[in-house]
Design a protein around this ligand. Structure first.
Ligand code: GLY
Length: 383
């Protein structure tokens, strides 16, 4: 990726200015619809402001530039996340994403188009660097919403996508080999935690599970990958001056997952949800928590009841916190020891990035509006 930078004056001249002019438009008619001014904005996970394209634009900057130049909002946010999917240095998404336990990169993605009220998703897709574009094809070309595994790959081939044998990069392959060396991973939840009796030494099983996580933390500390890439993902949502809302989420999922494991990213309501009358929300982090809570849908529903994006996100995170009762997911204070994040935007263009905990303020989310692209610390539910 080229590291060339665009200064703010060039950025505004290149397209943000169009958004500033357009943002004064008013939409909404009829007795029950309040006129709303929409401020064009793109909101994404933190990696939406890291990888750059050949023009030096990050995901949020490219999406904002395209959107304010008149492109469809979904085309714009997908073009943004394509930068991250194609970046071999981002080990959480697309090409070079950390592989599953067998060393195979399996990708998940979802897209949702607010004005058209449709979506498309793919799960466990192998061999295509940009699963978000395949999800868009599912949405546009089929009468279905979700394709998985070999069926998704066959569909992608028929749609003209290049299918590669292996999406590992030297970096993701090296991290997988190192992980294999250090641990014999325990993938299945010990059955005593489901309230059943099991033979065997539960203390030893728990210790191995704890050791598996410790190995991952240690490898991250040594620079094999970014710890946030363990469940890393990118979600990117946009609203244009007409109040049109769209979103996309794309990921390589949990690092070294059981082959076939699917997280929240390709599930509408979990990894992404858009309601064109209200706004959009999407997620990164431990997808299993989101799959049992459908918290992106909760975020949008809370905004529909009048909550700000920040308060809506906090309500969704609180709901997740209250659902985490398994001991293996709690720390010594009895608080969830897991990461889960939401990125929200409402139809007016107000936005937020919320997380469960952000102890050192390191977790950020990415925004681009008329003030240009920037990273903002996530708001946390717990101290
Ligand atoms: N949130 C990404 C995953 O859990 O797969």
């Amino acid at each position: 990726m080229q590291k060339q930078k665009m200064n703010r004056r060039e950025f505004v001249a290149a397209g943000a200015g169009a958004g500033m002019l357009a943002s004064s438009s008013v939409f909404g008619q009829g007795p029950n619809v309040i006129a709303v001014r929409s401020k064009p904005v793109i909101v994404a996970a933190g990696n939406g402001n890291r990888s750059k394209d050949k023009d030096g634009l990050t995901c949020v900057a490219r999406a904002f530039k395209m959107m304010t130049a008149g492109s469809d909002v979904l085309d714009s946010v997908i073009a943004g996340v394509n930068i991250v999917e194609l970046d071999p240095e981002d080990t959480s998404v697309g090409y070079g994403g950390l592989p599953n336990a067998d060393g195979v990169v399996q990708l998940d993605s979802s897209v949702m188009h607010g004005p058209k009220k449709i979506g498309g998703c793919v799960a466990s897709l192998e061999g295509v660097r940009t699963p978000s574009l395949v999800a868009q094809k599912v949405m546009e070309e089929t009468d279905h919403v979700l394709l998985v595994g070999k069926g998704a790959q066959d569909f992608a081939r028929m749609m003209g996508f290049t299918i590669e044998d292996d999406l590992n990069t030297p970096r993701s392959r090296a991290a997988w080999i190192e992980w294999k060396r250090r641990t014999d991973p325990l993938h299945y939840i010990p059955t005593d935690q489901r309230g059943l009796k099991v033979p065997g030494d539960m203390a030893a099983l728990r210790e191995r599970e704890r050791a598996g996580l410790e190995v991952a933390r240690q490898m991250a500390a040594e620079g094999w990958f970014d710890i946030e890439h363990l469940y890393g993902t990118i979600n990117c949502n946009g609203v244009n001056s007409k109040g049109e809302v769209c979103g996309v989420t794309t990921t390589s999922g949990l690092a070294w997952k059981i082959p076939g494991r699917v997280g929240d990213s390709p599930i509408l309501g979990a990894g992404l949800y858009v309601n064109n009358d209200i706004g959009a929300a999407g997620s990164t982090g431990r997808g299993e928590l989101n799959l049992i809570s459908l918290a992106s849908f909760v975020c949008v529903e809370e905004m529909s009841r009048g909550k700000s994006p920040k308060d809506a996100g906090m309500a969704a995170i609180k709901r997740i916190k209250d659902m985490v009762i398994q001991k293996r997911l709690l720390d010594e204070k009895g608080e969830p020891n897991v990461g889960i994040n939401f990125y929200l935007v409402n139809k007016k263009g107000e936005f937020a990035g919320v997380t469960l905990k952000n102890p050192n303020g390191r977790s950020t989310y990415a925004v681009c509006d008329e003030n240009g692209p920037r990273s903002i610390p996530m708001d946390a539910l717990l101290a």
